[in-house]
Design a protein. Sequence first.
Length: 340
Amino acid sequence: MAPRTILITGASGEIGHGLIHRLAEQGRDRILALDLHAAEDALRARCYRFLTGDIADTALLENLAAAYDLDVIYHLAALLSTKSERQPRLAHRVNVDGTLNLLELGVGQARQQQREIKFLYPSSIAVYGLPDLQTKRRAAKVKEDEWCEPRTMYGINKLYCERLGRYYARYYRQLDAQETAGHLDFRGLRFPGLISAFTVPTGGTSDYAPEMLHAAAAGTPYGCFVREDTRIPFMAMPDAIEALLRLEAAPRGRLTREMYNIGSFNPSASGFFERILHAFPESLVTFAPDAKRQNIVDSWPLDVDDSAARADWEWRPGYDLDRAFDDYLIPAVRRRYRDG
């Protein structure tokens, strides 16, 4: 089989790193990587080509479309939740206009090649908005079509782009006189908070857990910005990468929806700290909730119902809380900070 050509935006981010390494290990695909920032040499070496540029640059995307026939697009580029809240116009430009540009690229490639092009989109639990803690506790595991009332710019951006993806997959230019052969095969995941041992968090409102871990491993004090009883779903980064690859590989006929919840574990913030303290007894962590960020986290679900993903494409997390800490997070962060 000829190698597939895969475009990954946001390639230098947390998910991008893991995805590129996994795909490169498989050795079957040509990886085109795109990021606003230049890549380190190790990441660049795993790509067929690494482009430094902006997803808002339509000329760049047009040149890319002219030079390559794409098979799969992983659109990972985004402005994360905290920065999006502080700069909402920039968030809209990156998260919405940028996504629209990539959807146009994808559907243009599908029509040009007269076949389906897969478009993988990472969304977030930020699309949910529960009104208060009592409702959050009663709701427990939230399904995909429940409580989609986001209260952050990031969550609003993500929910709208989910709807855009559905439009491009099902209804794009539905008034055309003749239907074309090429279509966009849009598939997405609503990620919980993600924890990576290899990349430092970069501005997500759920980043209190990985920030706590990395600070403890580095021996630096950390003031956790949420209450000790705060609870939302989380996932180890290897499972996030596995979920993307598994969803991309799933036969289209088995999928019953465009967007899927996926979950793994959901300890309280104090539960995270207890795990970290066991590994790093000298940890200097205090809980100093920031009321505004706390209100945002409190609007996100206690947990998610991922039964659709389990039924449609056999999703199963490989890392529960014990394995995430014992086999992945603690050994890896120890090596990272020991070796510098």
